[in-house]
Structure formats: structure tokens, C-alpha cells
Ligand binder design. Structure first.
Ligand code: ZN
Length: 256
């Protein structure tokens, strides 16, 4: 019982200490990782990725992704992050962003889309990093671990070993977790919105975001590639939403 109370108190403390209001979206976010640690976490995770995946940092594809990415990152709400854009040389329709502005796009994605469509992909990923969705997702997983530890403690009638499980947190969650954890539906839609505004501000016609998702649908149907940006908001939903908000996005577009 004592353990359960301790866990409840610790959870409550964590929750009250970590809810912050996102300056870009105004949304309240539960994040246990201080923003000052994002860059170090992202760097560490990217170094892990480079050990295990065929990462391209030079060459035509990598330079193209880096050029478009840096142009968008520069007008984002966090131009000061240590942005890095790489290509992973695998025939996959996928892309991801780590905390602190480390972004990867897979080769099939780079080959399938023109610059404006790639700008939609990169705008979306840059938005994830700026809005700290990776850290938010990690924090949610951390709480789930605490709840699981709490349930275990209740069952085991509480020895000090169970309280030790409170320490389960960042240490136990590998750096690659940032890549593996899917974003929630809300985060995806938020990244679509903010990302499309960013691409428009950087001089890419936001209509390309609609084209991207239409092409993605065709490519997925043809190649059985369901991975990119998780499946929860369906492509049709995304397309409809982007089309409905196009007048707002166009207000941000000043031409290339
Ligand atoms: Zn996403």
C-alpha cells in the first residue's frame, strides 16, 4: 500500500511539474524531459542510427534534402536547434524527426517526390521537432511504465525493489525509442498544420502538401508501403483537412 501511495504521489508530482504550454500551438503538453536536453538526446539517438542504418550525409540525395530542410528550419519557430538532415538509403516511404532537430528521410521518399512535395515532408518533420512531439511521446511512455510498475508493486505487496522501479524512465528507454514510438493522431495533425505553414513561409507552394498525400496513397496502394508517418489519420482525412485549410496556408505563401 505504501508503495502504491508513493507511486501515486510521484506520478502526481511528475504531472504537475511537467505540463507546459507550447508557445507555437498554445496546447498544454506533458513533457518530463527539459527542452535543454533535446539536442543531446537527439544527437545520441542519431549517432546510434548512423551505426546501424545506411545513412547518407553527402551526395545528390543528401544535399537536396539538406538544402530544402535547412531553408524551412531557418524560418521555423526554432531556427537555433542544431538541425541535421540525412537520407537513409533504403527503399522505404518513411521519414522521422528526433528531438533537437535531427531529421531523416528514406531514399524511396526522396526519389518519389519533387522539391515542393519533399518540402511538405520536411515541414511536417521539422514541426514534430519544434513542437517537441518526440519528447512528449517519450514522457507518455514513461508514465505508462510508472503505472505498470505501480501495478506490479501492488501485486507483489510492495518491497523496496518495487520502489526502485520508479527509476524506470529515460535510462530504460533506448535512444531508438524516439524513432520507434508512433506519434498520436493529434500530433500528426498538428505537424501537418504547422509544417504546411512552415513550407509556405519558406517559399514552397502549400498545395504540394495535398499532392504529396495523393501520391502517397497511390504509391502505398501499388507497393504495399504503409509506414510513413503512421496510419492513424487516414490519407483521405489528411487530404480533406489540408484542402479545407488551404486558404490559411496560402496567406503564408509569398512565392519562391
Ligand atoms: Zn508525423
Amino acid at each position: 500500500m505504501a508503495v502504491r501511495h508513493l507511486l501515486a504521489a510521484a506520478s502526481l508530482l511528475a504531472v504537475t511539474a511537467c505540463v507546459t504550454t507550447n508557445e507555437v500551438t498554445g496546447r498544454s503538453q506533458f513533457i518530463t524531459i527539459p527542452a535543454s536536453e533535446d539536442a543531446a538526446l537527439g544527437l545520441e539517438a542519431m549517432q546510434e542510427v548512423k551505426k546501424t542504418a545506411p545513412v547518407l550525409e553527402t551526395g545528390v540525395m543528401a544535399e537536396r534534402v539538406s538544402r530544402i530542410g535547412k531553408r524551412i528550419a531557418a524560418i521555423s519557430d526554432a531556427p537555433e536547434l542544431p538541425w541535421e538532415f540525412v537520407v537513409i538509403d533504403e527503399p522505404v516511404l518513411n521519414a522521422w524527426a528526433l528531438p533537437g532537430g535531427k531529421v531523416a528521410v528514406y531514399a524511396k521518399m526522396v526519389e518519389s517526390f519533387d522539391d515542393s512535395e519533399l518540402a511538405a515532408v520536411l515541414g511536417h518533420e521539422i514541426a514534430h521537432a519544434v513542437l517537441r512531439h518526440g519528447a512528449e511521446q517519450m514522457s507518455r511512455a514513461q508514465v505508462q511504465n510508472m503505472i505498470l510498475a505501480g501495478a506490479g508493486a501492488a501485486v507483489a505487496a510492495g518491497t523496496d525493489n518495487e520502489t526502485a522501479q520508479l527509476a524506470v524512465g529515460l535510462g530504460a528507454l533506448a535512444a531508438q525509442g524516439f524513432v520507434a514510438l508512433p506519434h498520436s493522431r493529434d500530433m500528426e495533425l498538428e505537424a501537418d498544420d504547422v509544417g504546411t505553414v512552415y513550407m509556405a513561409r519558406a517559399g514552397f507552394d502549400p498545395h504540394a502538401a495535398v499532392k504529396l498525400w495523393q501520391k502517397m496513397k497511390t504509391l502505398k496502394d501499388a507497393g504495399g508501403q504503409p509506414t510513413f508517418l503512421s496510419t492513424h489519420p487516414s490519407d483521405d482525412n489528411r487530404i480533406k483537412r489540408l484542402q479545407a485549410k488551404m486558404p490559411e496556408y496560402m496567406k503564408e505563401f509569398r512565392g519562391p
